[in-house]
Design a protein around this ligand. Structure first.
Ligand SMILES: NC(=O)c1ccc[n+]([C@@H]2O[C@H](COP(=O)([O-])OP(=O)(O)OC[C@H]3O[C@@H](n4cnc5c(N)ncnc54)[C@H](O)[C@@H]3O)[C@@H](O)[C@H]2O)c1
Length: 311
């Protein structure tokens, strides 16, 4: 792999600009295309601001080049990250274009949140170079990137992507089978399903669910994964707990009617001021700031070698 890669990013939104930032901060040149030129106009400014907030060199933003034409953006790319809308038809069409417009050896990756990569790449002639790379928001603060192989992805190409992400300071995780939601979102939404079900059943309030998670196992999660925890307490105890609790846990294979009702009532969460809970503008900004500060502190601790992120 070349020490300095030519990275192309499609989509300059929340995820795309952050992905571009990660590679620019690692010294790679990054071109970014977005259909909306307004998203390109302040791209460097947004990246420089993030870097300044992180006390990193904002000059890295100068390695990012906003490009208004897709073909020009990917023409010299070693690797392309797609971070456009979460829309299967859009992604399918884009991957067919990328196959023609990017160099033959370029790795092509989608940042879809949950869509199986095989559905996105199904009509490609060279699906061996396509895969998922699922980043987490914000990409420059959350370490994980899942690298998702389809049955057609060349393992050596997926490994090259894994190595590139690691060299840029990320924590890559190889996902060997292309399942909807990959690993992180399957685990996260298994928890969210039960969280909604507990509120729906009147066991507790939404606020109480969040308190229980944050003040209990949430405290241990940065240093203790679920299966490490199972081994810690013993698989025998884990089995006994599962025999009693699993029959009681929500296993409906569909979104909860409670959640459906919230959405049809226009209770869309912070964007409408009401969701599972009511949110004043002050509460919203305070929560956002709390999350940002926490992630920055974890990131700083990682860099000083203080945070227990070894996987
Ligand atoms: N937001 C998250 O927390 C998160 C986390 C992981 C993955 N993802 C996934 O990453 C992708 C991007 O999400 P986001 O949150 O950055 O969305 P976003 O809406 O912030 O950004 C999407 C960008 O794509 C651009 N776009 C729209 N149509 C386009 C086209 N035809 N060609 C090129 N660009 C186009 C938009 O102008 C916008 O700037 C989605 O697939 C999403 O599911 C999001």
């Amino acid at each position: 792999m070349k020490a300095k890669q030519q990275v192309a990013v499609i989509g300059a939104g929340l995820m795309g600009h952050g992905i571009a930032q990660v590679f620019a901060a690692a010294g790679h040149t990054v071109t970014v295309f977005d259909r909306n030129v307004i998203a390109l106009m302040d791209l460097r400014e947004r990246i420089a601001r993030n870097l300044t907030e992180l006390r990193e060199d904002p000059k890295a933003a100068e390695l990012v080049f906003p490009i208004e034409e897709l073909g020009e953006c990917v023409a010299g790319a070693d690797v392309v990250f797609e971070a456009g809308p979460e829309d299967l038809a859009f992604k399918q069409k884009l991957f067919l274009q990328l196959e023609l417009l990017a160099p033959r050896g370029a790795m092509l990756a989608s940042n879809t949140s949950v869509i199986p990569i095989t559905q996105i790449t199904k009509d490609m002639r060279s699906p061996e170079r396509a895969m998922g790379t699922h980043w987490w928001n914000p990409p420059y603060l959350v370490p994980l990137v899942e690298v998702i192989k389809t049955q057609h992805t060349d393992s050596a190409i997926a490994q090259a992507m894994f190595d590139l992400l690691a060299s840029a300071g990320k924590t890559p995780a190889m996902v060997e089978k292309d399942v909807a939601g990959f690993i992180g979102n399957r685990l996260q939404h298994a928890l969210w399903r039960e969280a909604v079900a507990l509120v729906e059943a009147g066991v507790c309030s939404a606020k109480t669910v969040d308190t229980v998670v944050k003040a209990s196992f949430g405290r241990r999660l940065p240093v203790l994964g679920p299966l490490e925890n199972a081994d810690l307490v013993g698989t025998d105890l884990t089995l006994a707990i599962h025999r009693t609790v699993l029959p009681e846990i929500d296993s409906r294979p569909a979104a909860s009617p409670y959640l459906e009702q919230l959405v049809s009532d226009g209770r869309l969460g912070m964007k409408t001021g009401h969701g599972f809970r009511d949110w004043t503008p002050e509460e919203q900004s305070s929560l956002r700031e709390r999350v940002r500060k926490h992630l920055v502190a974890m990131n700083n601790a990682d860099q000083k070698g203080e945070a227990p992120t070894a996987c």
